[in-house]
Design a protein around this ligand. Sequence first.
Ligand SMILES: Nc1nc2c(ncn2[C@@H]2O[C@H](COP(=O)(O)OP(=O)(O)OP(=O)(O)O)[C@@H](O)[C@H]2O)c(=O)[nH]1
Length: 275
Amino acid sequence: MVLKTVRSVVIAKAQYSQYIKRELAERQSRELEKKVAERTHELHDKNKELQAAYKAMEEQSLSDQLTGLKNRHFLYKTIPVELASAARHYSRPIEKGQRTTPSADLIFYIIDLDYFKNINDEYGHNNGDVVLKRVAKALEGCCRTSDIIVRWGGEEFLIVSRLSPRGNAHEAAERIRQAVAETHIALNNGKIIQCTCSIGFSSFPFDINNPTILSMEQTLHIADHCLYIVKASGRNGWAGIVDGDITNISPQQLNNNLPELIEQQRFTLRTSQQK
Ligand SMILES: Nc1nc2c(ncn2[C@@H]2O[C@H](COP(=O)(O)OP(=O)(O)OP(=O)(O)O)[C@@H](O)[C@H]2O)c(=O)[nH]1
């Protein structure tokens, strides 16, 4: 009888001990699962924070700190797709009426403020910055949402107009010129001033029958030369060459002898002075 009781006690103790062990194991497992869930949640949050920080950093690295416009880095990052698409459009076999579709053109406008150094000298660098910010706003106001507006350098801006027919490029140039000239800029001391700009422009592809022969840099070189022509002829105006037959002209010749080629009327230069 005693032996039976002792055995029952031993069995009960063993069962109890097993029960405790199982309970402990289950509790540990539950705690572990809870911790894993918490860590996963934390990681998820951290990941979201990192993604947002990365996006903000990327956006900052693609924007100009002073004006908030896009910067060169943005242009070089995004423009290859646009260039390829424009070139592809003109590389397709000619179907009747197809090549005249104008929307594939990219027009590059280089905009340079006139006598900006005088503004800095007369009103100080901070007011020079005020002028740059106000001009940036004026450019945003006169451009379409499909245009890319870039702060190209100190007092120089670049607008890449997409989906624009090259034949109308001069109209947009005049719109930009006017928008800048008519902007009233309030300086820090309350004084209101106005400034003007000079614009040079060109289109990509430059020669629609040889759409890949000139790079964007060469197109910009043409626009830059047009800008130089405006500066040399009095400023507050525009000049552009939006297409040209470059058969028998090498890209090097175009780079080195552009003034002579314009002189020889190999290309049509359109300027605000001819209006
Ligand atoms: N305030 C300010 N000035 C700048 C900035 N970047 C460049 N500049 C100034 O822009 C001026 C450009 O002067 P220039 O290249 O002589 O040109 P300009 O006086 O506009 O003369 P033209 O272009 O020939 O009409 C210089 O004085 C630069 O110091 C900037 O971020 N802020």
